[in-house]
Ligand binder design. Structure first.
Ligand code: SF4
Ligand code: SF4
Ligand code: SF4
Length: 246
């Protein structure tokens, strides 16, 4: 099997080279990959970890197929600029992992220690960096993403399961995510079935289930903009192109 994403191809007999990179982050997203445990061992049959600040001793970034990037870009911080330029040159494809890289996440909520006065624009997600846009193919939401979701994403990427990957592709163009998405995109459109999946996906309990309305309720103060709720909701991508079966 050979498949081309524009300038990129997977081949069955060659291991896919991946790299893990972190910008302004807690490294929790990279740790979530390690939390795949047995599944990680399975994936290593077809995937080679070519670069990681936590897992490899490589000082140089080699040519890689997929760069998983976590964390936000600190505006004006030269090491981040150098790293992102190198990733752009050496990776065939970039995947933004976690709420920070995808939407700004908890880093965007930071309002302290930013002279001359607090600004929400000191940290931005990599999805907002113009020169990276044509290389960022997918966003994996979460803070951190669920290891099971990471495993399924990796399998879908290796199997070129475009139906599974489509929501991750769609989220590249969502520069902001929060629990309001659940209200505006699902509940207010009459699509909510009251299943509660978004509530259980939320890592901060910003979403609670209302027994009275049988719908999720949102508390903005607890939200870290990770995007997990919208991604987990089985109704959330109904307004967008759906897979066709049979
Ligand atoms: S998304 Fe969450 S887990 Fe991942 S780097 Fe940001 S704060 Fe850490
Ligand atoms: S409501 Fe919860 S799951 Fe949704 S974006 Fe906010 S923190 Fe993430
Ligand atoms: S996951 Fe979606 S359908 Fe289920 S309760 Fe939340 S908004 Fe409603």
């Amino acid at each position: 099997m050979v498949y081309s994403f524009d300038n990129f191809e997977f081949k069955e007999d060659i291991k896919v080279k991946v790299g893990f990179f972190h910008l302004s982050s807690c490294s929790g997203c990279q740790i979530a990959f390690l939390d795949m445990f047995d599944e990680l061992a399975d994936v290593l049959d077809t995937v080679e970890i070519a670069y990681s600040n936590l897992l490899t001793n490589n000082k140089e970034i080699p040519k890689i197929n997929v760069a998983f990037v976590e964390g936000t870009f600190s505006i004006g911080f030269k090491p981040h600029i150098r790293l992102l330029k190198e990733i752009y040159q050496k990776a065939d494809m970039i995947v933004a992992v976690g709420g920070c890289a995808a939407f700004g996440g908890i880093r965007r909520l930071n309002t302290g220690a930013q002279a001359p006065q607090p600004s929400h624009q000191a940290s931005i997600p990599i999805t907002e960096i113009a020169f990276l846009r044509n290389k960022i193919k997918y966003v994996i939401p979460g803070c951190p993403p669920n290891p099971n979701l990471l495993y399924k994403f990796l399998l879908a990427l290796l199997e070129i399961n475009e139906d599974f990957l489509r929501p991750f592709e769609f989220m590249v163009f969502s520069t902001f995510a929060c629990g309001y998405d659940i209200l505006t995109e699902v509940v207010n459109k009459g699509l909510c079935t009251g299943c509660g999946t978004c509530v259980s996906a939320c890592p901060t309990r910003a979403l609670e289930f209302s027994k009275r309305t049988q719908r999720p309720q949102f508390n903005r103060l607890f939200c870290v903009s990770c995007g997990s709720c919208l991604a987990a909701c089985p109704q959330s991508f109904k307004p967008y192109p759906q897979p066709v079966y049979g």
